[in-house]
Design a protein around this ligand. Structure first.
Ligand code: MRU
Length: 364
């Protein structure tokens, strides 16, 4: 996507050809800063501290983390250690484990001297595949938005509600949930996005709003609890969210609060779509209740960071000293609440039958 007129991806190699450059997403939207990852530890820190986040980008960063580890030590033990350490960074997004398995499979049987180069080649392919997948998701979701626009005719823009950030910042480029929105906008379809702020880390207010503004897409940030009201008033035509892990039966794990939007959508007859790349499907699971839900530092709930009037960025406390806070990162939206899944291979029912119709190689 474009940042100040320059086409950027969220991750790529630096000028030296081996270090890895990322956008430090903890600084957005108040500052645009890139960071160089030079060691496995840098990659681990970037994922754990959420300098990079979003399921597909976590996977791509982990892949490059393996490259950095093998560059320093290409032994089998080093490979195992790198995969274990990266795997422990965040538990919910399945793309992390998927990417690490892909990397291990690409290098394990090679002579040590060939492993680092092979790792860089596989990591680059994972990043390129993610871009192609997200572009295809965009095309498939575009048809859904176009159909609503045609039905609405001159009755205003297509109003789309999204939660968290599932735009290009959460992937290598284009995004998942936002890819169809960018394509609709670029195709001249009038769209307007309701952006859930997405407490506690505010990925909606900080990242989705920044992305949409950068691309010129009309949008409005709302508090997380406003979606139901807007749906009752007929101000939401459809919802599109991303997902961090979707079971083989179509249950969707996504940022905390997604389930409540799906309930409100069901009650109001608003279509609720989830956009996902194939690597976000966990074929080993059929019940969303089995997905590990990340519990993060309660300090993310008890305080908030923002820009003060003097331009400085500071964290302020929101709660009385001594009150407890709990910080569940994700929730499960059961398949029955989801109108359809938008994948790179097409749109399908949120069910095992639906997913297997698009990924027949997974049968049995
Ligand atoms: O905790 P995060 O920011 O890594 O959460 C991931 C997300 O951005 C969302 O849950 C998103 O909708 C799925 S990733 C495309």
């Amino acid at each position: 996507m474009l940042v100040a007129g320059k086409h950027l991806r969220t991750i790529g190699l630096g000028d030296d050809g081996w270090s890895v450059e990322i956008i430090d997403q903890t600084k957005l939207p108040f500052a645009f800063e890139t960071v160089r990852l030079r060691t496995l530890e840098d990659a681990v820190r970037a994922i754990a501290a959420m300098q990079v986040r979003g399921a597909p980008l976590i996977g791509a960063t982990a892949a490059y983390g393996v490259c950095l580890a093998l560059r320093a030590d290409a032994s089998g033990d080093a490979l195992d250690r790198a995969c274990e350490t990266l795997m422990a960074t965040r538990p919910t997004a399945v793309n992390l484990g998927w990417a690490l398995d892909e990397m291990a499979a690409a290098v394990r049987n090679l002579p040590q001297g060939a492993r680092a180069d092979a790792a860089y080649a596989r990591a680059a392919a994972i990043a390129d595949e993610d871009v192609a997948i997200c572009r295809a998701i965009g095309g498939n979701g575009l048809s859904l938005i176009r159909a609503v626009a045609e039905e609405k005719g001159d009755n205003g823009p297509v109003n789309i509600l999204t939660h968290c950030n599932a735009g290009w910042l959460a992937t290598v480029d284009y995004g998942t949930a936002l890819a169809p929105i960018y394509m609709a906008h670029d195709a001249g379809i009038p769209v307007h996005v309701w952006v859930d702020e997405t407490r506690p880390r505010n990925q909606g207010a900080r990242l989705t709003a920044w992305e949409l503004a950068g691309h010129g897409v009309p949008h409005t940030v709302i508090v997380d609890s406003a979606g139901g009201h807007l749906m009752q008033r007929g101000k939401v035509d459809l919802c599109i969210t991303g997902t961090d892990r979707t079971t083989g039966a179509g249950d969707v794990c996504n940022k905390i609060g997604t389930y409540l939007k799906a309930l409100a959508a069901k009650d109001n007859g608003v279509p609720f779509y989830v956009a996902l790349p194939g690597p976000t499907i966990d074929w080993t699971m059929s019940d969303g209740a089995d997905i590990p839900i990340e519990e993060r530092d309660p300090a993310e709930v008890s305080g908030i960071a923002g820009r003060a009037e003097d331009g400085s960025v500071a964290r302020v406390d929101l709660m009385p000293d001594g009150s407890a806070a709990a910080n569940y990162g994700f929730d499960i939206t059961p398949a029955r609440l989801i109108t359809a899944l938008i994948t790179e291979r097409g749109v399908c029912e949120a069910s095992a039958v639906g997913l297997l119709s698009l990924y027949p190689e997974r049968r049995g």
